[in-house]
Design a protein around this ligand. Structure first.
Ligand SMILES: [Zn+2]
Length: 389
C-alpha cells in the first residue's frame, strides 16, 4: 500500500518536473535564439553601414553561439575574399579552423578556405603552410597538393614542384609533361651555373619523363655541342624535327652552323628548306646572315628578296630593308626605312598562346597567362597567318 501511494505521487511529480524542465529548456533555447537573431541583425546592420571589421567580430560571436551558421560564415568569408578584403576573410576562416570542437569535415573546409585566402592575398609562405596542414585532413590531399604544386611553380621551387607532382601522379594524375619541364628548368639553372654534370642529369630526367619534349631535346643538343659531341647534338635535333617539327625555328640556326663545319652548301640548303617549311623570320634571318658570310652580300639580298615575294610581311620587309641600309651606309632614307620597318614589325610580331590567347613579345615555354606548358608555338602571329595562306 505504501509502495502504491509513493508510486501514485511520484509519477505525476516526475511528469510535472519533466514538463517544467522541457519548458525551461525551450525558454532557454528561445532566449538564445533571440540572442543569435539579435546578433545577426547587428552584424548585417554593421555590414550595411560599411563597418565590416565590427561586423566580423559580431558574426564570430554568432558562430560561437550557433554552429548551424558555419555556412553563412563561409559565404561571408568568400565575399570578403572576392572583394579583396583578405584580412577579414582570414579572420573569419582562422576562427573556424581553430575551433577544435567543430567536426573534422567543417575544419577541413575552413582550412581549405583559409589556404585560398592566403594564396589570393599573395601570402605564399602562409598559403604553403596552410595547404600542408590541409593535406593532413583525410580526403583533402589531392586538393592541397594541386595548390602546393601551383605555389612551387610560381615561386620557381622546382625540386618541391617535382616532389608534389610525383605525389599527385601516384594518386592518378598524369603529369609527365609538367615534371619534364620542371627538370628542364633545373637543367637551365645548372647550365647558367656552369654545372654541366647536373645539367646533363636533369636533362636526362626530363627526357625520362617525356622522351619527345622539344625543350629537353634542344637542351640535350646544346649540352652535347658544349661537350664537343656533334653526332649526339645532330641526333637530338633530328628527333625534334621528326617528332615536333613545329619547333624547327628554335634549332635551325644552330644545326646549320654544325652542318657548315663540313659543308656550307648543305647548311644553306637546310636553311632554305627550313624557311620554306616554317616561314619563320628567325630562320630567314639566320639564312640571310649566313649566306652573306658564306657566299656574298648579293646572294644574301637575293634570299631576302625571294622571301619578301613568297612571304610578304612587315617582318620580311624589315629583313630586306635592314640589309639595304647596311649595304648603303650613306643612304639616310634607307636607314630611316629600316628603322621604321624594324619598329613596326616588333609591334605586330607577337607569340600567341594556343590555350588562352595571351600575346607575348618573346617566346617562352610556359604561358604567363594560363601557366600551361608548350602552348606558345615558336612562330609569331603574322608568321602563322602567312603559313595558312
Ligand atoms: Zn596561355
Amino acid at each position: 500500500m505504501e509502495f502504491e501511494l509513493w508510486y501514485l505521487i511520484a509519477v505525476p511529480l516526475l511528469f510535472a518536473s519533466g514538463w517544467w524542465l522541457r519548458g525551461l529548456d525551450a525558454r532557454q533555447r528561445k532566449g538564445e535564439r533571440n540572442n543569435i537573431d539579435d546578433q545577426y541583425f547587428k552584424g548585417l546592420s554593421l555590414l550595411l553601414s560599411d563597418e565590416p571589421d565590427k561586423a566580423v567580430d559580431v558574426f564570430i560571436e554568432v558562430v560561437r553561439l550557433d554552429e548551424d551558421t558555419i555556412e553563412l560564415h563561409h559565404a561571408l568569408g568568400n565575399l570578403f575574399r572576392r572583394r579583396g578584403q583578405f584580412e577579414r576573410a582570414i579572420r573569419l576562416h582562422s576562427f573556424l579552423v581553430n575551433r577544435a570542437e567543430l567536426p573534422e569535415r567543417e575544419r577541413a573546409k575552413a582550412m581549405s578556405e583559409l589556404s585560398l585566402d592566403y594564396l589570393k592575398a599573395g601570402m605564399y609562405d602562409r598559403a604553403e603552410a596552410a595547404y600542408e596542414k590541409l593535406a593532413e585532413f583525410k580526403g583533402r590531399e589531392n586538393e592541397a597538393n594541386e595548390a602546393l604544386m601551383h605555389i612551387y611553380v610560381t615561386e620557381r621551387e622546382w625540386v618541391k614542384a617535382i616532389e608534389t607532382a610525383r605525389k599527385l601522379s601516384g594518386a592518378g594524375r598524369k603529369l609527365n609533361h609538367e615534371i619534364s619541364h620542371y627538370y628542364c628548368e633545373l637543367a637551365a639553372i645548372a647550365r647558367l651555373a656552369k654545372d654541366s654534370a647536373r645539367a646533363h642529369e636533369y636533362t636526362r630526367s626530363a627526357l625520362a619523363q617525356n622522351a619527345e619534349n622539344p625543350r629537353a631535346l634542344a637542351l640535350s643538343a646544346d649540352l652535347a655541342l658544349e661537350a664537343g659531341d656533334r653526332v649526339a647534338a645532330l641526333a637530338a635535333w633530328d628527333k625534334i624535327e621528326r617528332t615536333r617539327p613545329e619547333y624547327l625555328p628554335l634549332i635551325a640556326a644552330k644545326k646549320a652552323d654544325v652542318l657548315a663545319e663540313t659543308d656550307h652548301e648543305k647548311a644553306l640548303s637546310y636553311l632554305r628548306e627550313a624557311f620554306a617549311t616554317t616561314g619563320s623570320v628567325d630562320v630567314l634571318k639566320a639564312f640571310v646572315q649566313r649566306t652573306a658570310v658564306w657566299v656574298d652580300e648579293a646572294s644574301a639580298m637575293n634570299v631576302a628578296s625571294d622571301a619578301l615575294k613568297s612571304r610578304p610581311s612587315l617582318s620580311t620587309l624589315s629583313v630586306i630593308s635592314s640589309l639595304k641600309a647596311k649595304a648603303n651606309p650613306c643612304d639616310e632614307q634607307a636607314k630611316i626605312l629600316a628603322d621604321i620597318a624594324a619598329r613596326q614589325s616588333k609591334i605586330t610580331a607577337r607569340y600567341q598562346c594556343r590555350h588562352c590567347g595571351f600575346l607575348a613579345h618573346t617566346f617562352s615555354w610556359q604561358c604567363p597567362g594560363c601557366e600551361q606548358w608548350d602552348t606558345f608555338p615558336p612562330l609569331r602571329v603574322d608568321e602563322v597567318r602567312q603559313a595558312r595562306r
